[in-house]
Design a protein around this ligand. Sequence first.
Ligand SMILES: Cc1ncc(COP(=O)(O)O)c(C=O)c1O
Length: 462
Amino acid sequence: MTEPRRRSWAEPFKIKMVEPLKMTTREEREVAIREAGYNTFLLRSEDVYIDLLTDSGTSAMSDRQWAGMMLGDEAYAGSRNFYHLEAAVREIYGYKHLVPTHQGRGAEHLLSQTLIKQGDVIPGNMYFTTTRLHQELAGGRFVDVIIDEAHDPTDAHPFKGDVDLAKLRQVIDDVGPERIPYVCIATAVNMAGGQPISLANLHKVRALCNDHGIRIIHDATRVAENAYFIKEREPGYADKSIAEIVLEICGLTDGCTMSAKKDALVNIGGFLALDEWEVFEACRNLVVVYEGLHTYGGMAGRDMEAVAIGLQESVQFDHIKARVGQVKYLGEKLQDYGVPIVVPIGSHGVFLDAKAFLPQLDQDHYPAQALAAELYLDSGVRAMERGVVSAGRDPETGENRHPSLELVRLTVPRRVYTQAHMDVVAESVAEVWDNREEVRGLQMVYEPSDLRFFQARFEPVG
Ligand SMILES: Cc1ncc(COP(=O)(O)O)c(C=O)c1O
């Protein structure tokens, strides 16, 4: 029998417009990273070659989305594009009521201010930086109820986004259901490495919450990516479409906060979607205070149109397969070089395990921050820290939080880079890996009070 021929996969689009990339010398990068205080968020983008800082707002829009931009109805009130977006959210996610916001954290703000009272507790499947901060600013306390496997970068559990039901039950017993305004469930859990939650687990979370009359609010930022993993890995879902799986996930939750800058393939935008009329009404009241009228919420009409079209594109199988496939391609290249990464490879990026990469560095010398700076120095590839800097300080004790995951996130923008770019990135990481013993730690010399990872500054130690 002859071996079947190799069948490569390719991006399901062709390129219609290009943006030239600038390459820099090592000397130029040394100046740039020093001026940026060794924080990749503070680099100028023109000093970056391949930008894997984030997948947020960095997608390439389709020709249909750009055409939609020309159909922007920029009326202050009642824009036609708002109604398109509302219809798309109802069709694709199934939630009844829509509150548009300028981006995801706008939705988190409105929801937290509406539902959380001083002393409340919000259990969730791992924290996200802006989500937790808004919960804390509203007087709440986040409690992590994700399974233990999610905190171990080497554990290959297929659904590391799952909730540990015993942990959730314990929180409910400890504080009482009346102190829990909602359980916060993220799909494709960002801080765990883009790890999915299974539908089997979500059904159980729903049943437990039903027993106690507790809402579930879904961070739907990467729900289509999560749905792809369910189709691939969860028994009984191989023949379902991405759209069907997305609907089932959303149907198990009472509403969502959404950063449209990820799955929905736009450069700016977000929303809150809710089934309960009373909660919706309260949030619609607040949106006019903080974001804009309830039919634009901080977005231009053209941006709402692009989100509406992007939501449709997000659940197309060829798109999501290639999107997650490109991340897998990069991750497998790094594994071939022996580089320690979070497994299984996640949906939106490859996460380097900085503790295993730089065992010589104490966590208080910011190994992930140092590694991201070193990668930039090597090739101009920009990544970001997801470790002790991102975790910030405990608001009660003021002490640094020391998360078990100390990661560098190589986040892949959607439809922007080719596989050749991924090869260059992998080769650069491999180069830093080969010279890892020379990487020095950092000390923080400027620390902003909130979300410090965005603006903190560092210097090399000793
Ligand atoms: C899981 C998750 N939730 C919420 C947000 C916040 O969204 P935004 O950046 O649009 O405010 C992000 C953004 O990175 C995210 O990844």
